[in-house]
Every structure is written in structure tokens, then in C-alpha cells.
Design a protein around this ligand. Structure first.
Ligand SMILES: [Zn+2]
Length: 303
């Protein structure tokens, strides 16, 4: 179970400082309560900026025994990792790392903002002391609905099982030190957004993933955001984040409308159902760093 903590307001469709406070006061407590009820430990990927604006949030999550990871520094489309050079990525990672580690101690798990990475990211992660990445969503098909979706087409050929990521291609296994732990999908992503837009479709995907996992031992990775636990409260605004008219129509207008569904306590309830069914099916919950350790302990031949 993974959570991306960023200062993004879903109703306002932009980065927003007031949301940081709300995530600390409402979103995180709702979510941490739910995880405590299920007695599970997760990974929370924080942006460096969020950790700077709300170190108490990092402390709160850590205090509940969850792993703290890194979700880049500021989550702006202009700083998407797949558009930055190797040196620029190192700078972003160092900035984010020092902001988060100041509160959380050493961190080793990474997920890129907007799930956008390239080959330079792999080397940059090694250079800055990370051990795993979880930004590839194998066989997830976004169409034009997210930023950078053309490059995300390569997800269609990525391994479904975790793999030591190659220096030459982020969707191939190779000899780097970074374990890719793919976010689960079966064309449709297994994430909070889909869960809220169509609980029924999510149940179908979930059933497929459970059976596959039983057959292949592949872990399932669900992606959620504490800001999905916040109530809309009437503040809806359309914000344009891109100059590209196609990206604007799909990623900023249509996706924004869809993403407003089932926010707040509805999201908590839907996630509760998923966690209950996973436990009933016999899944064990581990953090990204625990999973990374399990892989290190296995023979290389198994991977
Ligand atoms: Zn994010």
C-alpha cells in the first residue's frame, strides 16, 4: 500500500499551501486511522516541499510506524524528471532528500511526481542512495489522460513483476541497484483515482490482479493520496497547467472533472473495502523498503 503526499489540491487542480494544512489536520488522520484499524504498514512518498511546509506531517506518519519515501521535490509539470538532465535530476533528488531526511532520517524509496522517469533517473537514484523506485505502471494505458502520456506507452511492455531496472531502459530489467516495484494495473490503473471514479471497474481489475498474484507471486501495489480523503467543500476551480491544447483538454479539463468523484469520507470507505478484501484474500502488507530487503535476501536467479 503506497501513498503519495503532495501539496496538490484536487478541487483546485493546482499546488496549494492551504491543502498542506488540511492534509495534516484531516487527510492524514483519516488515513492513518484506517491503516491502524487494518493493522498494516505502508510507504508514504513525500515531496520535499511538503516535508518543508509540514514537517509535523512526516513525524505523524513516521510515528505510526510507516515508511517515509521521496516523491521528488515540488511536483510541478515543469520539473518532471523525464524532462530533466541527469545533473538536474541529481539536484532535485538531493534537495528533496535533505528536506525529508531532516525529519525522517535515511530514506531509500522513490516514486517520481506524475510517474515520469527516464534512464537518467536510474543513475541519479543510484548516485543519491536510493534503493527502489515505484514509478512504472506495467500495462497501464492512460491514453491522453495524464501528462507525459506518450512516453508512458512503453509501460505496455514493462515486466509485471518487480525487476532490477536497466540503465538503458526503465521498462527493462538490467544491472542497476534500483529495484523497480511496478504500480499495479491491467490496462486500467489500480489506484485511488480509478477507485473513486468507478468502484465497479476497480473491483474487476482487483479480482484479476488477486488471481494473477496468487499464480505468479507478484506483489500488488495500490497508489493512493491523503488529499483524496479531503472533502471538496465547494472550492472547485479549473486551472490550466499546460499550453498544449490536447493535454489541456484531457489532463486538465476532463480528468479534473472525473477526479472530483467520491472525495473525502467516501474515498476512505472505498479504500476500507479494498483493504478488507485484500486481507480476506490472504495478502500481507509490506513497505517498499521491506520488500526491497526481501528481494536482496533472495538468490539473484529468482529475479
Ligand atoms: Zn504525485
Amino acid at each position: 500500500m503506497t501513498n503519495d503526499v503532495e501539496s496538490f489540491s484536487i478541487p483546485l487542480n493546482k499546488l496549494d499551501t492551504a491543502t498542506v494544512k488540511e492534509v495534516y489536520e484531516v487527510g492524514l488522520p483519516r488515513l492513518l486511522d484506517l491503516y491502524a484499524q487494518h493493522d498494516i504498514k505502508c510507504t508514504f512518498y513525500f515531496t520535499g516541499m511538503f516535508a518543508e511546509q509540514s514537517p509535523e506531517s512526516v513525524e505523524l506518519v513516521k510515528g505510526h510506524g510507516h515508511e517515509i519515501g521521496c516523491h521528488g521535490y515540488d511536483h510541478s509539470p515543469e520539473k518532471a524528471f523525464d524532462t530533466l538532465s541527469y545533473e538536474e535530476q541529481i539536484t532535485e533528488l538531493k534537495k528533496a532528500k535533505s528536506a525529508i531526511e531532516g525529519v525522517a532520517g535515511n530514506i531509500v524509496s522513490f516514486r517520481a511526481p506524475m510517474l515520469r522517469i527516464n534512464e537518467a533517473t536510474v543513475r541519479a537514484l543510484e548516485e543519491t542512495g536510493f534503493r527502489s523506485d515505484s514509478s512504472v505502471a506495467s500495462q497501464r494505458f492512460d491514453g491522453p489522460l495524464t501528462f507525459g502520456s506518450k512516453k508512458k506507452l512503453k509501460w505496455l511492455v514493462a515486466s509485471r513483476k518487480p525487476y532490477m531496472i536497466s540503465h538503458d531502459s526503465v521498462v527493462k530489467s538490467g544491472s542497476s541497484n534500483i529495484l523497480e516495484i511496478p504500480i499495479s494495473a491491467a490496462l486500467i490503473p489500480f489506484i485511488g483515482t480509478t477507485m473513486r471514479i468507478s468502484p465497479l471497474m476497480t473491483k474487476i481489475v482487483q479480482k484479476y490482479l488477486y488471481r494473477e498474484s496468487k499464480r505468479t507471486d507478484k506483489p500488488i501495489v495500490f497508489l493512493f493520496h491523503p488529499n483524496e480523503c479531503l472533502d471538496v467543500g465547494g472550492r472547485i476551480e479549473a486551472t490550466r497547467r499546460t499550453k498544449n491544447p490536447i493535454e489541456y483538454l484531457f489532463a486538465d479539463v476532463i480528468r479534473h472533472k472525473l477526479k472530483l468523484k467520491n472525495l473525502g469520507m467516501n474515498a476512505v470507505k472505498l479504500l476500507d473495502e479494498i483493504l478488507t478484501s485484500a486481507s480476506e484474500y490472504g495478502f500481507e502488507f509490506v513497505s517498499a523498503s521491506e520488500y526491497r530487503k526481501m528481494v536482496s535476501a533472495q538468490k539473484p536467479m529468482d529475479f
